[in-house]
Design a binder for this molecule. Sequence first.
Ligand code: NAD
Ligand code: IPM
Ligand code: MN
Length: 366
Amino acid sequence: MWYVPCVSSGKRIAVIPGDGIGKEVIPQAVSVLKATGAQVQLSYFDWSADRFLADGTTVPRDGFASLAGDFDAVLVGAFGDPRVPSNVHAKEILLGMRFKMDLYANVRPVRLLDSSLCPLKGVEPKDLDFVVIRENTEGVYVDSGGIFKQGTADEVAIQEDVNTHKGVERIIRFAFEYCLQNKKADGTSRSRVLMCDKSNAMTYAGSLWQRVFREVSAEYPQLKSEHMYVDALCTQIVRDPRQFDVIVTNNMFGDIITDLAAALQGGLGMAASGNIHPGKTSMFEPVHGSAPAITGKNIANPFGAILTSAMMLAHLDFSPEAVRIEAAVLEAVRQKKLTQDVGGNLGTREAGEWIAERVRESSSAA
Ligand code: NAD
Ligand code: IPM
Ligand code: MN
């Protein structure tokens, strides 16, 4: 399936469900999106393991140029399939979008909707509302390095951690700007940016991050700047998540921290994310993967994908529509209209339909 560029009014959204539960949760996110009544034009792309296995294509020629040129945003499910053990298609499609479309800021909100979802005792929604700003185009993900004497006892594997001044500066600046421009769910201002690294061991990269963080933070005297090593941060996130506001970190640490943080929100099924370059076509995806073990059973939690669609709508200036989706998800949590992973007994479709119906009602009342 290829797409037809559209000329009619509304924002143009490319939808790439991908693999596994991506194909189950994205249809729910799309019906919720439609229920808001937002003026959007959707075009579907079949980039996935199925396509790769059928004809060897990961990303069709000019694929990224089309996404960047013909669309306002991209909504993605997940990539990863046991039939493709090399994960080559996921790497080329997902990391391809992040790198080739230069989506340097991976914004991963960590917000608790209801205390029943959090495995930590005594933690309430007001205690867990921070955001991880993950560098998305550099670090150990750049695929620089190599293998020498493979298969012998002398094998050497090198995976280089690439950090550029430009890359570090723009993500740190993004974090400070995010802090200034975004409020917490309770309407209070954000005020603190914490840079997380491992500069006590990774001294070269650490020195660059430390220096740039000091320089950029000096431009934002109204905001508090803080630092933690990534190992200590993991302990603190579990011990006392109240202390965090905006966390900025590199690609790999951001990946790991956001899976840990997802657990505090109720699990991977609840976590949303955006891959953003201000002013360019950005890409939105739930934090979770393709979850092969639960694929095809109608049990995957669609809320991460649904909240991701709300993030995308807010980014596209459909803020009232995004707020209606978030309110419906909050109501579903309170009324336990949930999938099994978060303590409910609804299927993927039923949970998605409940939200869509609720959004339809609130949209017609608006
Ligand atoms: P995963 O996120 O797919 O699953 C981890 C665990 O969380 C599993 O137990 C799974 O059942 C559960 N889970 C995840 N999403 C859920 C949901 N919506 N509802 C209920 N339970 C959910 O991570 P994994 O198992 O490490 O990886 C599986 C595949 O996905 C791999 O190929 C991996 O590379 C890929 N992956 C892709 C992305 C992405 O496309 N953005 C992200 C992470 C992993
Ligand atoms: C994520 C995923 C990806 C990542 C994988 C699938 C390459 O874990 O989006 O969090 O590491 O960025
Ligand atoms: Mn991850």
